[in-house]
Design a protein around this ligand. Structure first.
Ligand SMILES: Cc1cc2nc3c(=O)[nH]c(=O)nc-3n(C[C@H](O)[C@H](O)[C@H](O)COP(=O)(O)OP(=O)(O)OC[C@H]3O[C@@H](n4cnc5c(N)ncnc54)[C@H](O)[C@@H]3O)c2cc1C
Ligand code: FES
Length: 245
C-alpha cells in the first residue's frame, strides 16, 4: 500500500566507491514485498528520487544508493537526525511463489540492493539460493558478504577481473537453477533475458517522473500491452517482455 511518511536518518555511510548505505527509522508499514521501492523528496528538487528497498523490518528501512547526480549527492550529505519525506510501498515487487526450490539471483551494480531482502525471504521459505553479482571493477563491489552471510552461494564477477570471476553476470551462470530474479542496468537485463533458459522476473530501474502511476512517463511496451514501470512494475515476468529483436 502506498504511504507518504517521514523517516529519520539513523546512519548514512560509504560502503564502496560512490556507494552509500542509508538507514532510516519510522513507519515501514507500506512495504509488503522485496523489489518494491520508495521515492524520496529532496530539498530543491521537483522530482522525487526512486530507490529500491534493500531491507526492512517493522520500523527500520535500509537503502543502498550510488551517487550519480544532484539528488544522490545531496543524499550522501544527510546526517543522523535528518528527516526525509518519502512515498513508500511503491511498485509490485518480486513474487517468491514463482521461484521453485533453487532460485538464482542476478544483480548488476545498484541492481544488487533489492536482492538482499529477496534472498532473506526466499531463505525463510526454505529455498536454496544462488546469486551472481556483477560490477565494473573491484572497488565497486558490495553486498556479496552480506548475501553469503544469509547462506546464499554467491559469485562475484567484475568486467576487468580485478575481483572474482572476470566477465559479466551472464559469463558465470550456474548450470542448474529453478527460476531467476534479476535487477540491474538495461543491457545486463537484456543479456540475462537472452541467456537464461528458465522462467524469471526482471526489475527495470529506468528513469521515472511521478513514481506512483499518474504521469505515464515510465510506460513500456509489454506483450500484454503498455505498462507503467512504477505501478505495474518495476518487476516484470520474462515472458511478458518483448525483447526478441
Ligand atoms: C524503481 C527504481 C529503483 C531504483 N533503485 C535504486 C537503488 O536501489 N540504488 C540506486 O543507487 N539507484 C536506484 N535507482 C536509480 C536512482 O533512482 C537514480 O540513480 C537517481 O534517481 C538519480 O538521481 P540524481 O538526482 O542523483 O541524478 P540525476 O541528476 O537525475 O541524473 C544523473 C545521471 O544519472 C542518470 N540517471 C538518473 N536516473 C537514472 C536511472 N533510473 N537509471 C539510469 N540512469 C539514471 C541520468 O541520466 C544522468 O546521467 C532506482 C531507479 C528506479 C526507477
Ligand atoms: S513515473 Fe509517473 S506513471 Fe510511472
Amino acid at each position: 500500500m502506498i504511504r507518504q511518511t517521514k523517516m529519520t536518518v539513523t546512519e548514512n555511510i560509504s560502503i564502496a566507491r560512490d556507494i552509500f548505505r542509508l538507514r532510516l527509522s519510522g513507519d515501514t508499514s507500506g512495504i509488503e514485498r522485496p523489489g518494491q521501492f520508495v521515492n524520496l523528496q529532496l530539498e530543491g528538487l521537483f522530482l522525487r528520487r526512486p530507490i529500491s528497498v534493500c531491507d526492512w523490518d517493522s520500523d527500520t528501512l535500509t537503502l543502498i544508493y550510488k551517487t550519480v547526480g544532484k539528488g544522490t549527492n545531496q543524499m550522501s550529505g544527510l546526517r543522523p537526525g535528518a528527516v526525509l519525506d518519502l512515498l513508500s510501498g511503491l511498485g509490485n515487487g518480486y513474487d517468491t511463489g514463482l521461484s521453485g526450490d533453487h532460485p538464482l539471483l542476478l544483480g548488476g551494480g545498484v541492481g544488487v540492493p533489492p536482492l538482499y531482502a529477496l534472498a532473506k525471504q526466499l531463505i525463510h521459505e526454505g529455498k536454496q539460493v544462488q546469486a551472481v553479482l556483477g560490477f565494473r571493477t573491484g572497488a565497486d563491489v558490495f553486498g556479496a558478504k552480506e548475501l553469503s552471510a544469509l547462506g546464499v552461494e554467491t559469485t562475484v564477477t567484475t568486467e576487468d577481473g580485478s575481483l572474482g570471476q572476470k566477465g559479466f553476470v551472464t559469463d558465470a551462470l550456474p548450470k542448474e537453477y529453478s527460476f531467476f530474479f534479476a535487477c540491474g542496468p538495461m543491457p545486463m537485463l537484456k543479456a540475462v533475458w537472452r541467456a537464461c533458459p528458465t522462467s524469471g522476473q526482471l526489475s527495470l530501474e529506468e528513469r521515472m517522473g511521478c513514481g506512483f502511476g499518474a504521469c505515464m512517463g515510465c510506460s513500456i511496451q509489454t506483450l500484454s500491452g503498455p505498462k507503467r514501470i512504477c505501478r505495474e512494475g518495476p518487476v516484470f515476468r520474462k515472458e511478458d517482455l518483448p525483447w526478441n529483436g
